[in-house]
Design a protein around this ligand. Structure first.
Ligand code: NA7
Length: 295
C-alpha cells in the first residue's frame, strides 16, 4: 500500500521502517529534518508526504502535534480525498480523536485511532499491539499494515475507544510500577538483599513482564528510554482528565501524579518512566548512582 508516515520518534521510526521492509511504498515526514528510514522517501511537508497516499499514519507526541500535522500550514488536510484513511498511533485524549475524525470526515476521508503498546523494543521487533477505534471494515482493510508492524490488533468500537482503552491500560502500568518502586525502596531501607528479593518476586504471584523489564533498570539505576517519563506523565494527565470528564475518582493516580511525577526533575524527563523510583530513593536518602546491570 502507499503509506505516508508522520513522526519518526522512538516508536514511529521503527514502525515506518517495518512498513518499508514489508514492501509497502512509504513516504516519511518528521518535524525536525534529517531523520530517514531505509527504503522510504522523505517529504518536505505533511501535505507532500500525503499526496497520492492511500493511508496516512501518525505517531507523534500529543494532540497539538497531530493537529499541526493534519490541519496546520502544509498539513495533510489539503491532500485528503474520499476513501483516504488517516490513522493515529499517538496517545491523545479520546475527545481529540473524535474532533479530528469529524474534520477529516468533512473531506470524505476516514480517521481511526490506533494507539500502541509494546514500547521501543516492540516497535523495533514488529511486536506492537494496536488498540483500535474506528470502522471495522477499515480495520480489516489495514490488516497488512498492522501485520507489518505488530503482533495483535484489538478493536474497541468507534473512534476514540482505542484511546480510552489505552489510557486504562497505561494507568495500570503507571500504578503497578509505582507499587514495585515503593516496595523496592522499602526493602533497600530494611536491608533486604535486592537480588534475593527479586528471586522472591519472580517466584510469587506479583511477578509480571513489566516487573522484569523495569526491575532490571531500577537494580542498575540505569534507565534507557523504552517509554520516556515525560510521555507517561502526559498520559497520566490524560487519564485524570478523562476520569474527571467521565465522573470517576482515581485517588492513587492523583497522588502518583502530584507526589512523584510532578517531583521528577528535568534530568529525568527523557529517561524511562522507571526512573520515577529516583524520586522515592531521594526522599529515602538512598543512592541513585548508576551501577552495572549485573551488580
Ligand atoms: P518521541 O520519541 O518523543 O517522538 C515524538 C515525535 O513527535 C517526534 O517525531 C517529534 O518530532 C514529533 N512531534 C512532537 N511535537 C510535534 C509537533 N508539534 N509537530 C510535529 N511533530 C511533532 O515519542 P515516541 O515515539 O516515544 O511516542 C510517540 C507516541 O506514541 C506518543 O503519543 C506516545 O505516548 C505513544 P521531532 O523529531 O521532535 O521534531
Amino acid at each position: 500500500m502507499k503509506v505516508a508516515f508522520m513522526g519518526l520518534g522512538i516508536m514511529g521510526r521503527p514502525m515506518a521502517a517495518n512498513l518499508a521492509k514489508a514492501g509497502h511504498q512509504v513516504t516519511v515526514w518528521n518535524r525536525t529534518p534529517g531523520k530517514t528510514v531505509a527504503g522510504a522517501r522523505v517529504a518536505a511537508t505533511p501535505a507532500e508526504a500525503a499526496r497520492n497516499a492511500e493511508v496516512v499514519w501518525l505517531c507523534v507526541s500529543d494532540a497539538a502535534a497531530v493537529e499541526a500535522i493534519l490541519f496546520g500550514p502544509g498539513g495533510v488536510e489539503s491532500a485528503l480525498y474520499a476513501g483516504m484513511v488517516v490513522i493515529d498511533s499517538s496517545t491523545i485524549a479520546p475527545g481529540d480523536s473524535r474532533r479530528f475524525a469529524a474534520r477529516v470526515a468533512a473531506k470524505g476521508a476516514q480517521f481511526l485511532d490506533a494507539p500502541i503498546t509494546g514500547g521501543k523494543s516492540g516497535s523495533e521487533n514488529a511486536q506492537l499491539v494496536f488498540i483500535v477505534g474506528g470502522p471495522a471494515a477499515t480495520v480489516e482493510k489495514l490488516q497488512p499494515l498492522f501485520q507489518a508492524m505488530g503482533k495483535k490488533v484489538i478493536h474497541f468500537g468507534d473512534v476514540g475507544m482505542g484511546e480510552s482503552a489505552k489510557l486504562g491500560m497505561n494507568l495500570m502500568a503507571a500504578l503497578y510500577y509505582e507499587a514495585f518502586a515503593e516496595a523496592f525502596t522499602l526493602i533497600r531501607k530494611l536491608g533486604v538483599g535486592e537480588q534475593r528479593w527479586m528471586e522472591l518476586i519472580r517466584a510469587s504471584g506479583v511477578h509480571s513482564a513489566l516487573v522484569d523489564t523495569k526491575a532490571a533498570m531500577a537494580l542498575a539505576h540505569n534507565y534507557p528510554p523504552n517509554f520516556p517519563l515525560r510521555l507517561m506523565h502526559k498520559d497520566i494527565r490524560l487519564m485524570l482528565q478523562a476520569a474527571e470528564e467521565a465522573g470517576a475518582k482515581l485517588p492513587a493516580l492523583e497522588h502518583l501524579e502530584k507526589d512523584v511525577y510532578q517531583q521528577s526533575g528535568a534530568e529525568l524527563q527523557e529517561l524511562d518512566f522507571a526512573a520515577t523510583v529516583q524520586v522515592l530513593e531521594k526522599l529515602a536518602g538512598l543512592t541513585t548512582k548508576p551501577r552495572g546491570i549485573d551488580s
